[in-house]
Design a protein around this ligand. Structure first.
Ligand code: FPP
Length: 240
């Protein structure tokens, strides 16, 4: 199979869901209204994955930098995450979606952490779409936390520094159970990575799309996937 054939459908799609605030602003509404509209799209895109052949979906819900937003917005987002998990848990379970979270949980309140743990447990036997939600996630923070754990293993004599290579660190990352993303999509016209999956996206294709996240439909998702199918991924090699 050539690289081109492998590229037809991305196995793992990661999305930076940007533009909720501007979507609300355009309508003269508070930013949180945009986040609620964004949550509805999350549901639609998760459901679109199976028929479109996407096995892994990873979405950036809250970054380590998002704490800098106003207290009102941060509190509103945290309430939204709790409400989303509570309202959707049963449906995600019955639709065979396996949900996992990446990011540093310790800064999240206990109630939210419990809901996250519970949803992971509830869906642990599912083997349909693998949904990973990045919550209090930052790529640099993830690499720093991974490095700390790796250093502890070296100090404890469990890991020989001489054996460390580029396959060692990924075993300490939050994403240990995930393949690297084939495609990273960012909505709302910004062409930045914003600290998302820094290690994992070394060879990912990127799509920067003008649509604001609350307007990103499953039809547009299908078009983006079709464009991906036309790309020629070479991973640094020359064309076959
Ligand atoms: C970026 O838009 C979006 C966020 C920081 C939050 C993402 C959250 C959701 C889509 C809500 C639901 C998610 C789940 C998992 C239930 P922005 O606020 O930066 O928009 P702007 O750039 O227009 O200000």
């Amino acid at each position: 199979m050539s690289n081109k054939d492998q590229a037809k459908t991305p196995r793992h799609v990661a999305i930076i869901m940007d533009g909720n605030g501007r979507w609300a602003q355009l309508r003269g509404r508070p930013r949180l209204v945009g986040h609620h509209a964004g949550a509805k799209r999350v549901q639609e895109i998760v459901e679109a994955c199976k028929p479109m052949g996407v096995k892994y979906l990873t979405i950036f819900a809250f970054s380590t930098e998002n704490w800098k937003r106003t207290q009102t917005e941060v509190a509103g987002l945290m309430r939204l995450f709790k409400r989303f998990i509570t309202a959707k848990a049963q449906e995600l379970k019955s639709k065979n979606v396996r949900v996992r979270f990446i990011g540093d949980r310790v800064r999240l309140d206990n109630r939210l952490q419990d809901l996250m743990d519970n949803l992971e447990l509830m869906t642990a036997d599912n083997d349909g779409t693998h949904l990973t939600i990045a919550l209090n996630y930052g790529g640099r923070d993830e690499v720093a936390r991974a490095t700390k754990r790796l250093a502890y293993d070296v100090a404890a004599g469990k890991l020989d520094p001489k054996s460390i290579n580029d396959e060692t660190l990924p075993k300490y990352l939050d994403t240990i159970y995930l393949p690297d993303p084939d495609l990273v999509i960012r909505t709302s016209g910004e062409a930045r990575i914003s600290n998302f999956l820094l290690w994992q996206s070394a060879y990912s294709e990127y799509e920067f799309i003008d649509t604001l996240w609350p307007d990103f439909t499953s039809d547009e998702f299908a078009k983006v996937l079709a464009r991906y199918g036309q790309r020629d991924r070479r991973y640094g090699a020359v064309k076959a």
